[in-house]
Design a protein around this ligand. Structure first.
Ligand SMILES: Cc1ncc(COP(=O)(O)O)c(C=O)c1O
Length: 427
């Protein structure tokens, strides 16, 4: 691997570049090249990062060890919806660090009630189960749905099924990869948990055929992010809502990547005015500071859990609750959703202009796009590397598709400069 080759003179936004490679006070004494080489013998190779070593960040900008600046168009897979180090979130974290950071759920803490009340009010649901990572929220949602099926619906013991969609991405635990159809994610990790049925995404008839009296829940992403920002047809989400209500099973929406402002609304299901029984939230809920996830559900569903049946040492800790509450306050203004919707039009216009000029097609909603690059121009990885040299950070998904998901705090000018960087990378 090599260090980034772009020079500071080519910053994507046209602002004054950081003058020259430098080693700011407090930063690592080792160069990017040295740090990348140092990782190899001691870090598991479960990622293939772009060759950039980030040392600082503010808003939509990150800076590497040498002082080169890059526009972050990935935003931590939407964990950084409010940008890096949003002042309100940093302040909430600092304040909480000075008070109390961890109690475990063996005791109450004075931040948790407010966090749960805020999340219930934001989503229109009743109860919250706080966890940490996205995969944990999904696992917890599965457990709760099965318990609900036995306790409330009356499914015979150990017979509950959950219907999921092909090309899903819900995380990396063994249960979750067990119902993935991505062979790279699955192969070598079996045996897998039974009880899942996989149907094609965006296909209500297939879903209807898979649901029966054993079905505890239908678990889907309202937009499939990792699959390339796959947006279902209008009517699919409301169709899932109708079908699950009619057949007496739960609708679980995994909004871990699609939720919390990304698509121009608080939740992606809001585009069809649908309220699932269970929402899975994560990523941006932690404000880019701490891992925070949650299962948010109707009372009848989350009320099935009793003491000792589920838990997490860190879930609901006061630091996470304080940051999560500050995130909810930001979303309650509606400003971020509005920005995502308005700037989403700029993104759409820019990608439309590039269609036929290296872009074969794209799918976009709000500030989120899956962009299919002409395979003749390179793989998604190669395009991402070219964009890196243009000072723009993105991530490929599959094949020649890249994903754009900037912080929702991005300005119109910054977004247009990123699109100009993409145009150059395709040239
Ligand atoms: C829709 C969805 N669900 C779950 C997850 C897993 O989240 P985590 O990586 O925090 O476990 C992801 C991560 O990308 C995701 O996109």
């Amino acid at each position: 691997m090599t260090a980034p080759t772009r020079t500071p003179a080519t910053t994507a936004n046209g602002t004054a570049p950081v003058s020259a490679p430098r080693s700011p006070a407090g930063s690592s004494a080792r160069s990017s090249t040295e740090l990348i080489a140092a990782e190899r013998p001691v870090l598991a190779h479960n990622y293939h990062p772009l060759p950039v070593v980030v040392a600082r960040a503010e808003g939509v900008w990150v800076e590497d060890v040498e002082g080169h600046r890059y526009l972050d168009m990935l935003a931590g897979y939407s964990a950084l919806n409010f940008g890096h180090r949003h002042p309100a979130l940093i302040e909430a974290a600092h304040r909480q660090l000075d008070q109390l950071t961890l109690t475990s759920r063996a005791f109450h803490n004075d931040r948790l009630a407010g966090f749960a009340e805020g999340l219930a009010a934001l989503t229109g649901l009743d109860m919250v189960l706080p966890m940490n990572t996205g995969a944990e929220a999904v696992e917890s949602g599965i457990k709760v749905a099965r318990k609900w099926a036995y306790d409330v619906k009356g499914v015979p013991a150990d017979q509950a099924t959950i219907v999921v969609a092909a090309d899903n991405f819900h995380g990396r635990t063994t249960t979750i990869v067990g119902f993935s159809n991505d062979e790279t994610a699955r192969a070598g990790f079996g045996p897998f948990a039974p009880g899942f049925r996989v149907v094609p995404y965006n296909d209500l008839a297939a879903l209807e055929a898979a649901v029966d009296e054993t079905t505890a829940a239908v678990l889907i992403e309202p937009i499939q992010g990792e699959a390339g920002v796959n947006i279902p047809d209008d009517g699919y989400l409301s169709g899932v809502r109708d079908l699950t209500r009619r057949t007496g099973c739960l609708f679980i929406a995994d909004e871990i990547q699609s939720g919390l402002g990304r698509t121009g609304t608080t939740l992606a299901v809001d585009h069809e005015s649908v309220l699932p029984d269970v929402l899975l939230l994560g990523k941006a809920l932690g404000g880019g500071i701490v891992p925070v996830s949650a299962v948010v559900a109707r009372r009848e569903v989350l009320d099935v859990l009793g003491p000792g049946q589920h838990g997490s040492t860190f879930g609901g800790n006061p630091l996470s609750a304080a940051v999560g509450s500050a995130v909810i306050d930001l979303l309650a203004t509606g400003d971020f959703q509005r920005r995502a919707a308005e700037l989403g039009e700029v993104l759409r216009t820019g990608l439309t202009a590039l269609t036929g000029k290296g872009v074969n097609g794209f799918r976009a909603r709000g500030l989120w796009a899956g962009v299919d690059i002409d395979p003749a121009l390179g793989t998604g990885r190669e395009i991402s590397e070219r964009l890196l040299r243009e000072g723009v950070l993105v991530k490929d998904t599959h094949g020649s598709t890249i994903r754009l998901a900037p912080p929702l705090t991005i300005t119109c000018e910054e977004l247009e400069s990123a699109l100009a960087g993409l145009e150059r990378a395709l040239g």
